[in-house]
Every structure is written in structure tokens, then in C-alpha cells.
Design a protein. Structure first.
Length: 95
């Protein structure tokens, strides 16, 4: 679905009322919630984290700006450590 929308030239660097762009949200959502040791919850968290990583990479590949600050002066790079993924760090460094 994202691919369809970006092909129609959506402005993916527009922030919400707090200045958060879709890339802010995807990067912030990359962190796992809580420290639950339940295997089902860990699998779900890992799947969600991978999904958010894929969204963040997609946004960067389609012009998502990693340097835009929100109202708290945070950029998507503020949250990029949540992914602990070499590919994500590479994508962010070339944008």
C-alpha cells in the first residue's frame, strides 16, 4: 500500500501537529515494548520491529528525511538505535 501512495508523490516529510513525520514514527516504533520474557510476546515484538524497520527503510529510500526535527528537537536519527540493524544504519547514512 505504501508503494502505491508514494508513486502518487505523497509528501512523506510533512509532520503532524508535534512535527513527527512518518519516519519519526517508524523509527520510534522500532523499539521493543517492555521486558516480557513470554516467547509469544517476544516473537510479536520482533515481528513488529522488523515491520517497522522495513517501513523506515522504505521511507528513507523514497525521500524520507532523517534530519527533520520535531517539536522536541528530535530527528528520526534520535531513534534509529532502536533497530540495531546494520542495513538501517547504512540507509540512514546515505540519505
Amino acid at each position: 500500500m505504501l508503494k502505491e501512495h508514494t508513486s502518487k508523490h505523497l509528501r512523506i516529510n510533512i509532520g503532524d501537529r508535534n512535527g513527527d513525520t512518518p519516519l519519526h514514527v517508524a523509527c520510534r516504533s522500532g523499539s521493543s515494548s517492555g521486558t516480557n520474557t513470554n516467547n509469544t510476546n517476544n516473537t510479536t515484538n520482533n515481528n513488529n520491529k522488523q515491520h517497522n524497520l522495513n517501513i523506515a527503510i522504505f521511507l528513507i529510500e523514497h525521500g524520507g528525511n532523517v534530519y527533520i526535527s520535531n517539536e522536541n528537537n528530535e530527528t528520526p536519527l534520535t531513534y534509529i538505535h532502536n533497530f540495531d540493524d546494520k542495513l538501517m544504519l547504512e540507509k540512514a547514512s546515505v540519505s
